[in-house]
Design a protein. Structure first.
Length: 381
C-alpha cells in the first residue's frame, strides 16, 4: 500500500506524483498544492480538510511553502525544498526520479525560475532554476518507453530555460533532439509550455519531426506592450506573433495555446482589446484565461488594481473569443481519423484535443478514432 497523492496546479506537480507516493508513509495522503491564484490556495485547503477526515495528511507544493499557516492546523507541512529528500519522510536512500507514469508519462526536466515577473509567486515557492542533466532525462524517457508508455510530456516551471545551469549549457531544443534520436521506440513526445522569449532554433527545428506533437502552450499573459512591461515579461507583443509564425513555418498544423491574464493592474480598455486581438493574431486555439489575482509578496499586488468585476468581465470576453476559435479548430477534425492516447473513456489527440470514445479503451493505448460530433465542448465518436 502506498500513499495517495492529490495533485493541484501545473504539470510539474503532476510529474512529481509517483515520487511523492513512494516517499510518503503508506496509507497517508499527500496534497501537492498550487498557489498561482487565491482560488488555488482555497482549493488546496479544502482538499486537505477533506483528506484529514480519513487519515494522516501531508501538504506540500507552492501554497504550503508560501503560506504554511493556512494548513498547519490540518496537516504536516513539507516545503518544496525538502519534499524529495528521503530523510524528510523518515526514509533512507537517494531521491527518486521526478517522473510519473499515467496514461502518458510526465518527466520534469527543470524546476524553479530565475525571472521576476511582477505577478508570480512561483519563483518564491520553487527557488532558482535547476535543470536535470540531459542524460538523466533521456534515461527516464527511455525507461517509460520500455514500460509501454506511448507518449511522454516534458514539464518544468520555466522549461525553455532548460540547461542554462548545466555544463555545456544544452538547450531545450538539444534535449528534445537527443530524446527523439536516442529513444526511437517512443511514438510521441510532447512539450508542456514555452516562454516566448527563449525558444531556441534547435527547438523550432525539432517540430519538423512528426513524433513531436504539433501542440504547444505559450506563456503570453497579455497582448499589450505596456502591460507586458509592467508584468516584467521579457517579450513584446510582436515577439509573440513572430514566434507563432516561426512555429507554423516549422509545423504548419501546429495548435497554439496560451495563458492570458485579464484585468492586470492598470489595464485599460485599449490594453484589454490588444489581448483580445492577440487571440486571432497568434491563432490561439487553446487558451487558459483567468482574471488577475493579487498574490502577497508580489510587486503587482502593490500596483493600482482593476476592479474584480471588470477583470472577471474581461476574462469572460477573452474566453468567449478563445472558445469560438477552439470550436472552429475542433470542426477541422470531424470525420477524420486521428491517433489518440487513451485515458479510458476519452483520449488526447496530437493537437491537444479531447476526444470521447463510444466505449473505453485501455489507458495509455494508442487508438485510431474518428470524431463524429462535438458534444459538451469536446469531440466525440
Amino acid at each position: 500500500m502506498s500513499a495517495a497523492v492529490i495533485t493541484h496546479g501545473c504539470r510539474s506537480n503532476l510529474a512529481e506524483r509517483d515520487a511523492l507516493a513512494a516517499l510518503a508513509p503508506a496509507g497517508a495522503t499527500v496534497v501537492n498544492s498550487c498557489a498561482v491564484t487565491a482560488e488555488a490556495v482555497r482549493d488546496a485547503r479544502a482538499a486537505v480538510r477533506a483528506a484529514a477526515a480519513s487519515g494522516p495528511v501531508y501538504v506540500t507544493g507552492c501554497a504550503a511553502t508560501l503560506d504554511p499557516g493556512r494548513f498547519a492546523d490540518l496537516a504536516k507541512i513539507i516545503p518544496n525544498a525538502l519534499k524529495f529528500q528521503p530523510e524528510t519522510w523518515g526514509r533512507e536512500g537517494t531521491p527518486p526520479a521526478i517522473s510519473t507514469r499515467q496514461s502518458r508519462g510526465f518527466v520534469a526536466v527543470q524546476d524553479g525560475c530565475d525571472h521576476d515577473c511582477t505577478f508570480c509567486v512561483t519563483r518564491l515557492a520553487r527557488g532558482p532554476s535547476r535543470s536535470t542533466p540531459l542524460a538523466d532525462v533521456v534515461a527516464r524517457v527511455s525507461a517509460l518507453a520500455a514500460h509501454g508508455v506511448n507518449e511522454v510530456v516534458l514539464t518544468g516551471i520555466d522549461t525553455t530555460s532548460y540547461g542554462h545551469d548545466l555544463a555545456g549549457k544544452p538547450t531545450l531544443g538539444q534535449l528534445v533532439h537527443a530524446i527523439l534520436a536516442q529513444v526511437p521506440v517512443l511514438p510521441r513526445l510532447r512539450l508542456s509550455s514555452l516562454d516566448a522569449a527563449e525558444a531556441d532554433e534547435a527547438l523550432l527545428e525539432a517540430f519538423t519531426d512528426r513524433r513531436l506533437m504539433p501542440h504547444i502552450h505559450l506563456s503570453l499573459q497579455s497582448g499589450d506592450d505596456l502591460i507586458l512591461k509592467r508584468m516584467k515579461r521579457r517579450h513584446a507583443r510582436a515577439d509573440a506573433i513572430r514566434l507563432v509564425e516561426r512555429l507554423k513555418r516549422a509545423r504548419p498544423d501546429i495548435a497554439i495555446g496560451a495563458d492570458l491574464i485579464a484585468g492586470f493592474p492598470t489595464e485599460g480598455e485599449a490594453a484589454h482589446r490588444n489581448s483580445l486581438a492577440l487571440i486571432a493574431d497568434c491563432d490561439l486555439v487553446h487558451a487558459h484565461v483567468f482574471p488577475f489575482s493579487p498574490r502577497p509578496g508580489t510587486a503587482a499586488a502593490r500596483m493600482p488594481q482593476v476592479p474584480p468585476a471588470t477583470a472577471k468581465s474581461r476574462a469572460a470576453s477573452l474566453r468567449e473569443s478563445a472558445n469560438e476559435r477552439h470550436k472552429c479548430f475542433q470542426e477541422r477534425y470531424l470525420k477524420s481519423i486521428v491517433e489518440v492516447v487513451s485515458e479510458g473513456a476519452s483520449g488526447l489527440t496530437p493537437h491537444g484535443l479531447k476526444l470521447r470514445f463510444r466505449q473505453p479503451y485501455p489507458r495509455g493505448a494508442l487508438v485510431e478514432a474518428s470524431a463524429r460530433r462535438i458534444e459538451n465542448g469536446v469531440l466525440a465518436e
